[in-house]
Design a protein around this ligand. Structure first.
Ligand SMILES: Nc1ncnc2c1ncn2[C@@H]1O[C@H](COP(=O)(O)OP(=O)(O)OP(=O)(O)O)[C@@H](O)[C@H]1O
Length: 914
């Protein structure tokens, strides 16, 4: 402290002396000093650079991390990006939950929103933002300020610094414009006066001003672009944090909220957002600079031309602004409408890209082209309308701003000459000039200076007027971006309220999704297909009760559209739980990986959607999705460990075929349907979650691989929930939830009391039906013999006794009757064979065997249905999906006895011929 107190006065007196010296020093020596200092700083920097380069050459270039990412506990990501000879460290901080909370009010409670909701009957509290027409109004101001609070979060943020720098350059340019205007006047005066020396010095000064002016202009443009990028970065990160988080905003915004009109979120984020940022950044310079110019130049003109001219200029300004504002088309509304149409047109193209193969198979190019043409036609009409309106407006604007303003400018500049008493400083000069020659020179100088000021003023005023249009367009983009952010906020905070909500609407959610259960449980949960807010959803299945404990493998079956996937959507939290209770585990990861943050995040449940999804990235990324390579390494897994995973799904050839784990391709086009499905299953094996919900996981996989996959998953300790229409998958599960497609459901243990009872009932029925099989077989023999005689030309008539029971002998000997007898006899024979097989199976199937080896038990169940087994071997999915009732149906004669069936067909044909 003592040192400081003695040092401080000494230092400050030294500084004082130095500044005094500097003040006294002539101008040129100050410039020289500045140049010397700049040269010294430059030289030092250059020396350091060369030294570093030489050291690098000596030691060899240091190892550079090409692309690495570190995830910190609080969600902060640190990325090292190679930059020149170093690694630049980029830190990306997620938006804090408290920031979202603080902003929610701005985006969900706009001014007037409460009144609007009251009027529309949607109640108070938080709700959807009002649908204000985009334009220059209070709502625009609120929207812009709300977005600015995201774009410039603090006074000390980088964006504030950029804006400050930008302001300094804008002020410098205005100052330089003033200098240029004066210099212009002086040069012309010296030229008219024939003063060569002063004229030459004027030219030198002119060139001297040119350097800084050029630098200023370039910096203004550069900083404007930097500000736009900085705004975009802030907004994009903020939106991404709201869009892609555990609340599943990306799913709900499209499927439940429906608040984004005109294009999906992609259009808003990739197209409207940059336009908004560009316009917002440009607005600062297009409004700020002319405003500053107006103030400074007006003051100068007021001094030079007097109060009358100044008043005239003001009236001119206000009048022009009023007229242009009145006659200006609604550019804001038009910009928003154009953004919407662009979004819809882009959406049509995205659909074609996403479904190119399917469209190609159907040859649907014409149909798609029709949609595209219509989409483009609508966009074109709107653009033509906008440009049509712009032509008229531009003509008016040009005439007012260029011609009428310059005419008035001449008038005002002439004031000191014709009305010197009203002409300000110029008038005084006019009145005081002694000689007529001097008077003309001064007039010339003053006129040139004033003209330049007027031109600059007109330019500034023009830019202000043009910025009315820019401002209107900005209002359009602002409303689009604001509606995106407010929709995301609404989804994020689930802000749906209404005094009289529709049944099963988003404001009528009374169920609970509970985390922290050792299993999956649904209690009294109706399966409701939600509608987009504010409409109510439709009930699909009545209150369902399910309990899945670890190790209880569940098959959810039912016809298409019965609601199988909907059950998964409810468990995954994609759809709201309108009533009842859903419990699921929290952070349960399986023994497969030491630490798996992904399955832990998912609450220990991994969902495999029906349509395999292949991510962008390397082959490795496909297997470990949604892990990144860094996650995989952090979990202690190497590429070698992935080989057994691929082997389990019979894809071990892939790394060699595709050129290694790091190969990047458009995998959705490269892999076959079955390969895609097996990659999905590889993900389950890799992550080994405690529970896996698989939606039609093996529909494109051969049945041998299917069995292996299920046993590998079970070995890994994964409890499986399969959603499928295929009854053949029953053998891998312990429970079955059957949805009947009409709102009903039944839960049963596979091989349990109920199912055994059903099989016994069916066997009894079969026994009844095959009782008379022996008699029928004898009758068949007789009929065969009798018919053999009939078909021989000139042969005997069959014995009458063969056709006992028919109305008349003659009538009975018809092809139809003969064939029916034949078929019935064959069917009886078939049924007899089936009944004996079923009996044999029932003897094998005991409750113990079911409990100890469910898969074997179910396999033998599958044998019961011989027709079913045959259908399976032929890949007949629909036959496989049939229920046990099928075993009561007679198998096709072709199956049981191909020869006799052929014979029967031949007979029928022949009889028909006769
Ligand atoms: N987002 C949605 N909006 C409206 N209806 C939907 C939505 N998603 C599903 N549905 C409807 O809900 C019903 C059940 O769909 P779900 O996908 O659960 O059927 P599924 O039993 O899995 O059928 P599949 O066997 O064909 O896969 C279907 O009628 C479907 O049209």
């Amino acid at each position: 402290m003592a040192n400081q107190s003695t040092l401080r006065p000494a230092l400050s007196s030294l500084l004082q002396q130095y500044l005094e010296l500097l003040r006294k020093a002539p101008k040129y020596s100050r410039v020289l000093l500045a140049a010397v200092l700049a040269a010294a700083a430059g030289g030092y920097y250059q020396k350091r650079r060369l030294a570093r380069k030489r050291a690098e050459e000596r030691q060899g270039r240091a190892l550079i991390r090409r692309n690495s990412e570190v995830k910190l506990n609080d969600g902060v990501r640190v990325i090292y990006v190679p930059y020149k000879t170093k690694n630049a460290k980029v830190t990306i901080r997620p938006t804090k939950a408290t920031t979202f909370d603080a902003h929610r009010r701005l985006f969900l409670e706009p001014p007037g929103g409460r009144d609007f909701r009251r009027a529309s009957g949607s109640g108070g509290g938080e709700g959807p933002p009002i649908n204000t027409k985009p334009g220059l109004n209070l709502a625009f101001l609120h929207q812009l300020l709300s977005l600015l609070s995201i774009m410039i979060p603090r006074l000390t943020s980088k964006e504030s610094f950029l804006l400050l720098l930008h302001t300094i350059f804008l002020v410098s340019r205005t100052y330089l414009s003033l200098v240029v205007a004066r210099l212009d006047g002086e040069i012309v005066r010296d030229l008219v006066a024939g003063n060569g020396k002063a004229f030459s010095w004027g030219i030198v000064k002119w060139l001297g001003v040119g350097g800084p002016a050029v630098y200023c202009n370039a910096m203004i443009k550069y900083l404007q672009a930097k500000i736009s990028i900085a705004f975009r970065t802030r907004l994009t990160r903020y939106i991404h944090d709201l869009y892609l988080n555990d609340n599943l905003g990306y799913y709900k915004v499209q499927n439940l909220d429906g608040g984004l009109v005109g294009g999906g979120a992609d259009q808003f984020i990739t197209s409207d957002l940059p336009l908004f940022c560009d316009n917002a950044a440009a607005l600062y310079s297009s409004l700020g600079k002319p405003f500053l110019d107006l103030v400074v130049f007006n003051y100068q003109l007021y001094r030079a031309l007097g109060g009358l001219s100044f008043a005239g200029i003001m009236v001119n300004y206000i009048g022009s602004a009023w007229m242009l504002r009145k006659l200006s088309p609604p550019f804001g509304k038009l910009a928003a409408a154009q953004g919407r149409r662009e979004g819809e047109f882009r959406g049509l193209h995205s659909r074609i890209i996403a479904n190119a193969e399917e469209i190609a198979f159907y040859g649907g190019a014409d149909m798609e082209q029709g949609f595209l043409d219509q989409g483009f036609r609508e966009l074109k009409h709107l653009m033509e309308r906008i440009y049509g309106m712009k032509i008229r407006y531009n003509m008016l604007e040009d005439f007012v701003l260029k011609y009428s303003w310059s005419a008035l400018g001449y008038l005002f500049s002439s004031m000191p000459v014709f009305l010197p008493a009203w002409g300000g400083l110029g008038g005084l000069v006019e009145l005081g000039s002694p000689t007529s020659g001097g008077k003309e020179k001064d007039r010339m100088r003053a006129f040139i200076t004033n003209k330049r000021l007027m031109l600059s003023l007109a330019d500034a005023g023009g830019r202000m007027m043009y910025s009315i249009k820019d401002l209107s367009e900005l209002a359009g983009y602002t409303s689009r971006v604001y509606s995106l952010v407010s929709t995301l906020h609404r989804v994020h905070s689930h802000s749906y309220s209404s005094p009289r909500p529709e049944l099963f609407s988003l404001a009528d959610i009374q169920g609970t999704l509970h985390y922290g259960f050792t299993g999956i449980r649904l209690e009294g949960v109706p399966i409701v297909v939600p509608s987009v807010w504010p409409h109510g959803g439709e009930i699909l299945v009545d209150d369902v009760d399910i309990l899945i404990r670890p190790g209880d493998h569940l098959l959810i079956s039912g016809p298409n559209g019965a609601g199988k996937t909907s059950v998964a959507r409810l468990i995954a939290g994609l759809w709201p739980v309108y009533r009842g209770l859903i419990s699921r585990p929290r952070n349960v990861s399986n023994a497969g990986l030491k630490e798996d943050p992904v399955t832990a995040d998912l609450g220990g449940i991994m969902f495999l959607p029906q349509k395999p999804y292949l991510a962008q990235g390397t082959l490795r990324d496909q297997v470990i999705y949604p892990h990144t390579e860094a996650d995989m390494r952090a979990a202690g897994v190497s590429d070698w460990d992935l080989i057994p995973v691929l082997k389990a799904v019979r894809l071990s050839y892939l790394p060699d075929r595709e050129g290694g784990w790091d190969t990047k391709k458009e995998w959705k086009d490269v892999l076959s349907g079955g390969e895609k499905q097996r990659i999905s299953l590889a993900r389950v094996i890799y992550h080994s979650p405690a529970f896996a919900v698989l939606d039609e996981p093996t529909s494109a996989v051969s049945s041998d691989v299917e069995g292996v996959l299920y046993s590998v998953c079970k070995e890994k300790g994964i409890t499986l929930v399969t959603l499928s229409t295929r009854a053949s998958l029953k053998k891998y599960h312990t429970f079955q939830l059957s949805l009947d497609g009409e709102g009903g459901w039944a839960m049963e243990r596979i091989g349990g009391q109920q199912e055994r009872g059903e099989v016994e009932r069916e066997l009894e029925m079969l026994r009844e039906r095959v009782k008379d099989a022996k008699a029928m077989r004898e009758r068949l023999e007789k009929v065969k013999a009798a018919l053999a005689k009939v078909w021989v030309e000139g042969g005997e008539l069959p014995d009458e006794e063969v056709f006992i029971g028919t109305e008349s002998y003659a009538e009975s000997v018809t092809p139809d009757f003969a064939y029916s007898i034949l078929s019935e006899a064959k069917a009886a024979e078939v049924r007899e064979g089936e009944a004996s097989a079923a009996t044999q199976h029932q003897e094998e199937t005991t409750p113990e065997s079911v409990e100890t080896a469910p898969s074997e038990m179910s396999a033998s169940f599958a044998d019961v249905t011989k027709s079913q087994a045959l259908a399976e071997s032929q890949g007949d999915v629909s036959a496989m999906g049939e229920s046990y009732a099928d075993i009561a149906e007679p198998a096709s004669p072709e199956v049981k006895d191909g020869e006799s069936y052929d014979a029967a067909i031949t007979t029928e044909k022949d009889l028909g011929g006769n």
